[in-house]
Design a protein around this ligand. Structure first.
Ligand code: PEP
Ligand code: CO
Length: 447
């Protein structure tokens, strides 16, 4: 390839996978121009703070907890919808930090997770082929030709909904709601009566006692460390036009940051070394995640990592492995060995969701709780064996009482999936399943 200089639009000279066929280029240009004028959703200073925190996860001094919907739903941008997911993440973080003994970096798949890569461009519905659903920022999930036509105005709408989500997240996390005095109040009504819910209540009481003790000995617990939570946002940087429009130059350092979210990740399907996604993300200063599944080439991965993180800066790059419970032992050890051999500074995170998807007899796309847990266990054990650091976890989850993944404390069976199956895309753990897994991970973290 010829020499080139990065700019926020240099990705346009590279092949871009998984982009929608926007039907009207004038309307697309107009939407992108509108986005380019709108204020950033996050600031460069916050992005740098997250990167510093992630640097701690490289060496095992902190643990990354990333989670949220597979695809956020425009219609679900409501205070209760956002609060319920935030609550589960806060609960999981408290379990991991209190029982697991490590500071937890909380990153939501929230406030912008609106675009999806798909394995097929079209879907056959009632005898005709219609475009696949690609996330609410592109088209609408209803299975009709009209609903599935990509509409660039949806990116502008997505921006405003991401801004609304961001705003309420900031209010919840800074306004007292996420304070440690309220740990017990985050427990969900439907989780409370379960064994996991009870374990959580016990843990919450212990935290209350610890806070009371601190007050008794004269420590003022009315301070931001106790009353506020740090919370960051992330999404897959899939729609490069949108990401380009949200990319701004930081006035203090002169660096470029994609201000659509604090952290961005590259999907398993769009991480080609000479592709547009790697090109775009190589030039923004955000912490970057990269999904790696069974179909990878170790030599290519090394070159991608070198392109994304030429300075080998700790906290810049998180590798999110997603092999599946049955395949992690085949792929992870070699991957860890090779990357350790290169001396790369990486956060290693485990996505136990995307390698464990299957279709139930009822026709629902689902994942089984035990397989999810098995992949996590494999992830920790392989890292221990290889002398590398298991630095984080990546979930698709929701605070609602959905029935999308099988198993868990209530043992959701295939025939229960239809009871409350809500996702537009991949199946998510519900609040109880998420909390149960957090307790299991806390045990592993203590090791
Ligand atoms: C996702 O995280 O929703 C996703 C599509 O993952 P992957 O790129 O790993 O398939
Ligand atoms: Co998904």
């Amino acid at each position: 390839m010829t020499e080139h200089t990065w700019s926020k639009s240099s990705w346009r000279d590279f092949p871009a996978w998984q982009q929608p066929n926007w039907p009207d280029s004038a309307r697309l240009a107009e939407a992108l121009a509108t986005l380019g004028r709108l204020p950033p959703l996050v600031f460069a200073g916050e992005i740098r703070t997250l990167k510093k925190m992630l640097a701690q996860a490289v060496t095992g001094r902190a643990f990354l907890l990333q989670g949220g919907d597979c695809a956020e739903d425009f219609a679900n941008c409501t205070a209760p919808g956002i609060r319920e997911t935030l609550k589960v993440i806060l609960q999981m973080a408290v379990v991991l930090s209190y029982a697991g003994g490590k500071p937890v970096i909380k990153v939501g798949r929230m406030a912008g997770q609106y675009a999806k890569p798909r394995s097929a461009d079209t879907e056959r519905v009632g005898g005709i082929d219609i475009p696949s659903y690609r996330g609410d920022m592109v088209n609408s999930p209803e299975p009709t030709l009209a609903a599935r036509a990509p509409d660039p105005e949806r990116m502008v709408k997505g921006y405003y909904l991401a801004a609304a989500t961001m705003n309420i997240l900031r209010a919840f996390t800074r306004g007292g709601y996420a304070g440690l005095h309220r740990v017990n109040a985050w427990n969900n009504e439907f989780v409370k009566t379960s064994p996991t819910g009870r374990s959580y209540e016990r843990l919450a009481r212990q935290i209350d006692n610890a806070l009371q003790f601190m007050e008794v000995i004269g420590f003022d617990t009315d301070n931001p460390i106790i009353n506020e939570a740090s919370f960051f946002t992330s999404h897959e940087a899939l729609l490069l036009g949108y990401e380009e429009a949200m990319t701004r130059q930081d006035s203090t350092t002169g660096g470029w940051y994609d201000c659509s979210a604090h952290m961005l990740w590259i999907g398993d399907r769009t991480r080609q070394l000479d592709g547009a996604h790697i090109e775009f993300l190589s030039g923004v200063g955000n912490p970057i995640g990269m999904k790696v599944g069974p179909k990878h080439d170790l030599e290519e991965l090394k070159r991608i990592i070198a392109k994304l993180n030429p300075e080998n800066e700790a906290g810049r790059l998180t590798i999110i492995t997603r092999f599946g419970a049955g395949q992690i032992e085949r792929y992870l050890p070699g991957l860890l060995r090779e990357m350790k051999g290169e001396g790369f500074n990486l956060v290693w995170s485990c996505d136990p969701m995307h390698g464990n998807t299957y279709t139930a007899e009822s026709g629902h796309k689902t994942r089984n709780f035990n397989e999810i847990l098995q992949e996590i266990q494999g992830f920790f054990e392989i890292h221990w064996a290889e002398g590398t650091v298991p630095g984080g976890i990546h979930f698709e989850l929701t605070g609602n009482n959905v029935t999308e993944c099988t198993g868990g404390g209530r043992n959701i069976l295939d025939h229960n999936l239809a009871e409350n199956y809500q996702t537009n895309c991949d199946p998510r753990l519900n609040a109880e399943q998420s909390l149960e897994i957090a307790f299991q991970i806390a045990e592993m973290l203590r090791n």
